[in-house]
Design a protein around this ligand. Structure first.
Ligand SMILES: [Zn+2]
Length: 247
């Protein structure tokens, strides 16, 4: 876990916030978490529109229509600090997550980002054969904080483990903690008690590299204020020293 402060300047953040604001008609609300998204997210498509079914991918691909200025700035800046960074041709570009701080506590759900494995990568990489760990050299999850105010990310370092889409694979430490809202776990033997928190400031980029940890939007960010916590999120996979970003 790494945090790069001032990855975006104040002006770049403000321009991003304006882009989010002027596209308010396109915000969609996730019924499960009550957060809003702007852009096309496979996770939200899966959760909202095809719950429990496995055929949500074509719907996701049909909605891959967004080209945000902020997304392009993010791509350029990632190219400057890492190595060449490209958008995937067939997967959607990075998009925005918008959490209203006074709406409800639902956005702060403990989860793993296993969705990163579930994309139809063969569209961009014809020789990809569901061999995620062998095929890609490195995996990144980027979260860039755009809004003002206290913002944080809670996580349990002891849950560091491999991504999986198989529900039968044993979950580290506590299975009941997945999708938990709040801190009262039903598992009497649960040992996940003391999570760690990373604090962001406006313009900071949080980087998760080659690690999967149980985490959530910082619980204290849902603080009752009438304001928005706005981030842009990207997944990044490295193949032959080029990073491909998508959402
Ligand atoms: Zn638990």
């Amino acid at each position: 876990m790494e945090l790069i402060e001032n990855f975006f300047t104040d002006d770049e953040c403000n321009n991003a916030l304006k882009e989010v604001d002027r596209n308010q008609d396109l915000w969609t609300r996730c019924q499960e978490t009550h957060m809003y998204i702007l852009g096309n997210s496979l996770l939200r498509t899966q959760k909202l529109e095809h719950k429990g079914k496995k055929d949500y991918t074509s719907l996701y691909l049909s909605k891959n229509i967004y080209n945000f200025e902020t997304s392009e700035i993010l791509r350029k800046k990632l190219s400057d600090i890492f190595f060449e960074t490209k958008f995937c041709k067939h997967l959607s570009q990075p998009g925005f997550q918008i959490v209203k701080r006074n709406e409800s506590e639902r956005p702060s759900v403990w989860h793993y980002d296993d969705i990163i494995m579930s994309y139809p990568f063969d569209l961009d990489f014809p020789d990809y054969e569901n061999n995620f760990y062998e095929y890609f050299e490195d995996f990144y999850i980027f979260t860039l904080m755009l809004s003002e105010g206290e913002s944080s990310f809670d996580y349990f370092p002891e849950t560091d483990s491999k991504y999986t889409t198989d529900d039968n694979i044993e979950t580290p430490i506590c299975k009941e903690h997945i999708n938990l809202v709040g801190d009262c776990c039903v598992n009497p033997n649960c040992s996940l008690k003391n999570f760690q928190t990373i604090n962001y400031t406006k313009g900071s980029l949080l980087i998760q590299k080659n690690e999967r940890m149980l985490h959530r939007v910082g619980n204290r960010d849902i603080d009752g204020q009438d304001s928005f916590r706005i981030t842009i999120t990207a997944y990044g996979l490295v193949k032959n020293n080029i990073m491909y970003i998508f959402w």
